[in-house]
Design a protein around this ligand. Structure first.
Ligand code: GLC
Length: 417
């Protein structure tokens, strides 16, 4: 792979510093509290991350922790963390690190190595999520929550969940017409979530990005063009109005508000819809494996967040204790599942008899094994941005689809030394 150093040499670092110079400072730990920089709806007041932070602080009054709520979109979370870390700032002690950032952050020397606590973490963690927290054979973060895409559907409008994407759109379009609501909501905005959704179509059409050891590009432009075409054709029919501006929360709000028949989203949405008694979807929805183009099996993107200790933290030891605790404490890991339908990374929670009938855990058991990781490359952010810049306009009818997929292929080739 192209080394991260060459990106630095090409001026990327200057661009980052220029942005940093005009951005207000982030949280600090002057008040003696550690700061956990993490985003998403679970980081908001009342969210599960907040409750977990409170639980730690009650049990560790000498080293309390508070959350610095980062933006909703993964790309913006990364940007905010990168600004602080690039400047060597100690404002963040613990970083909620998306599984795709481990390589980049560790190559940049932004993280404390967790090799000294590796054994206790590895002993209790599922292998996939554990792997996502390593880079170059070393452990850089403590796994926290895993993730996989689900197909949510309205049980009052759909008899059996579809197994192909085409079938999904047929059912969605006719049910939507009858009900006067939209067919399908997902993550269509120009950001990381769109890349995830696009990859799920692409992988389920037989496509790949690289060979296993990432020494060769195996990008299939025909398969890529087909799925981009599929998105474009369904934009004004099966896909909900506003699809191309929707992230996870916009999609959830539409589905939860009773305005869509199907939704692609992560498991977190399950608990929120179930807790909303006023939702037309409440009591009328279920989750199924994502369809494929081939009609075989299911493929979902592997997501999730791991907690890392910032190399610039002034409270390294306590921060390390916190991340190990969140990864290995059975109560914490069980809370993720029972209170927020977030997939735990701790293996034993999946065998907890108390969770035996839980539909989210049951479906995770079916799909996690076939979930695919985005390449854990330090260059992932650049690859993702390139995919966004080409595939987003292409599916929206603003750029030629064949040129777009050729551009992606050429870019991927440039990431191989
Ligand atoms: C979820 C996933 C994360 C992914 C993001 C994209 O938060 O856990 O891995 O990058 O969604 O929107």
């Amino acid at each position: 792979m192209k080394s991260y150093k060459s990106w630095l040499a090409s001026g990327g670092v200057l661009a980052l510093l220029a942005v940093a110079a005009c951005t207000p400072g982030t949280g600090d730990d002057e008040d003696g509290e550690m700061v956990w920089a993490i985003g998403g709806s679970e980081a908001q007041p009342g969210g599960i991350h907040q409750r977990i932070a409170e639980m730690w602080s009650e049990q560790n009054p000498d080293n309390p922790i508070r959350i610095e709520v980062l933006p909703e979109a993964a790309d913006q979370q990364r940007e905010q963390q990168a600004l602080e870390l690039q400047a060597g700032g100690s404002g963040f002690d613990v970083l909620g690190v998306d599984v795709i950032w481990t390589g980049e952050y560790s190559e940049n020397d932004w993280l404390e190595s967790l090799e000294d606590v590796r054994a206790e973490i590895e002993a209790v963690t599922l292998p996939g999520p554990f792997e996502s927290a390593t880079w170059g054979g070393e452990l850089w973060a403590a796994p926290y929550n895993s993730n996989a895409g689900f197909l949510y559907y309205r049980t009052d409008l759909v008899d059996t969940p579809p197994t192909t994407w085409e079938e999904m759109c047929e059912v969605a379009t006719s049910a939507a017409e009858e009900e006067g609501i939209a067919g399908f909501v997902g993550q269509g905005a120009r950001y990381e979530g769109f890349v995830v959704n696009w990859l799920e179509y692409y992988w389920s059409n037989g496509g790949e990005l690289y060979n296993e050891d990432q020494t060769q590009v195996t990008f299939d432009t025909a398969a890529a063009a087909e799925v981009t075409e599929f998105m474009n054709e369904n934009l004004d029919t099966c896909f909900a109005p506003g699809f191309n501006t929707a992230q996870e929360e916009e999609a959830r709000n539409e589905f939860q508000g009773g305005n869509a028949v199907f939704m692609r989203n992560w498991p977190y949405a399950y608990a929120l819809i179930e807790d909303d008694e006023g939702s037309p979807a409440n009591g009328n929805f279920d989750v199924a494996p994502l369809p494929t183009f081939t009609g075989d099996g299911t493929i979902s993107a592997l997501g999730g967040f791991n907690n890392a200790v910032s190399a610039f933290s002034n409270n390294t030891e306590a921060a390390k204790d916190f991340v190990v605790w969140a990864a290995t404490n059975e109560e914490v890991q069980t809370m993720l599942a029972t209170e927020a339908s977030l997939p735990p990374t701790m293996a034993s929670v999946y065998d907890d008899p108390a969770l035996a009938g839980d539909p989210v855990m049951a479906l995770l058991g079916d799909v996690l094994g076939d979930a695919r990781a985005r390449p854990p490359s330090p260059a992932w952010n650049e690859i993702s941005v390139e995919m966004q810049n080409n595939l987003f306009p292409a599916y929206n009818g603003d750029a030629d689809i064949n040129t777009a997929v050729e551009n992606v292929r050429t870019f991927l080739e440039g990431t191989i030394d």
